[in-house]
Design a protein around this ligand. Structure first.
Ligand code: ADP
Length: 301
């Protein structure tokens, strides 16, 4: 009697499970005393009855296949959309800012770093730090810098490439200030597969630059830059501790400008499609506005 009722209930279940997915399951008490649910398709022995024999193995495999397909579909549906993942990932920015000595790159770099959270890489600052620390690079660069000349390409290219490969630059993006300054430096970046999103060029005539350079002073305590005529500090104490960069003299700025003019056209030529000229003679805040507009146009942020 028990066997016949089991068989009837099994047949009803089998017919229903074949026709309607998901596949039914049964719950029983296992040998550790806890309740366990088993899919009937996986349980070929239902109260001693072999489902494979009852349904035929082909039919049973069809049912199992349907069940697996449904489980796979459910798993895919619960995964996050790949398109949504891409949209939320921010591509790090690569910005190059160029211009003659004292064209205002430093001031604009401060604004760019604050607004776009990129890593500021000033080759001038990196080389001055190397000179101060008397590293091998510093010793090689010192005499060139003291005379206002460019340091050799092979000295600076390696430093910049290594720095750009560090994780902060890769994750947050970068702002190159003072590099590339020669066609060889631009080529080295391209060969290393490093490409920028925009190339900002601050345009200032030479006569304005010379006046800016010779009056430029730095506060060694805060790093803030002043100009003795255009923006002197109010505080006498600050005035007393100001220092002048050793290459900010009229004689040396002339050499620096010569070097700049010898290379600028070729460097700009390497970045024609992403380049924007900005009038650097305006007030710093107005230049900053033009810089932000240029970044928006070229980088879309
Ligand atoms: P500026 O742009 O006012 O000349 P920087 O602080 O950018 O000043 O650079 C100071 C000096 O560092 C340069 O005169 C040059 O000797 C050296 N230097 C900086 N960047 C480079 C570079 N990309 N290639 C060669 N020399 C460089």
């Amino acid at each position: 009697m028990v066997k016949i009722s089991s068989l009837v209930s099994l047949l009803v279940t089998v017919v229903s499970c074949h026709a309607f997915l998901p596949f039914p399951s049964r719950t029983f008490t296992n040998n550790r005393g806890s309740r366990q649910t088993v899919s009937m398709a996986e349980d070929t022995n239902f109260e001693g009855i072999d489902l494979a024999r009852l349904l035929g193995s082909k039919r049973l495999s069809n049912i199992k296949r349907k069940l697996r397909r449904q489980q796979a579909l459910e798993a895919v549906a619960s995964e996050p959309e790949p398109a949504a993942q891409t949209a939320s990932k921010k591509e790090p920015l690569g910005i190059i800012i160029a211009g003659a000595p004292a064209s205002g790159k430093g001031t604009q770099c401060e604004m760019i770093v604050n607004n776009y959270d990129v890593v500021h890489l000033s080759t001038g600052d990196m080389l001055r730090a190397a000179v101060a620390a008397k590293t091998e690079v510093g010793l090689a660069a010192k005499e060139y810098m003291d005379s206002g000349k460019l340091v050799p390409d092979d000295v600076i290219i390696g430093i910049v490439k290594d720095r750009l490969a560090e994780s902060d630059c890769k994750e947050n993006g970068w702002l190159l200030d003072g590099f590339p300054r020669t066609p060889a430096q631009a080529d080295a970046l391209a060969s290393a597969g490093i490409s920028a999103d925009c190339f900002l060029f601050l345009n200032v005539p030479d006569e304005v630059l010379v006046e800016r350079v010779v009056g430029r002073r730095t506060d060694p305590e805060t790093g803030k830059i002043y100009h003795m005529t255009f923006s002197p500090p109010d505080d006498e104490e600050v005035i007393a501790r100001l220092v002048q960069r050793s290459d900010d003299t009229e004689e040396k700025v002339k050499v620096r400008l010569e070097q700049f003019h010898a290379n600028v056209a070729a460097v700009k030529g390497s970045y024609e499609s992403i380049g924007i000229d900005i009038d650097g003679t305006k007030k710093p805040a107005d230049v900053a506005e033009a810089v932000s507009a240029a970044i928006k146009e070229k980088c879309g942020v």
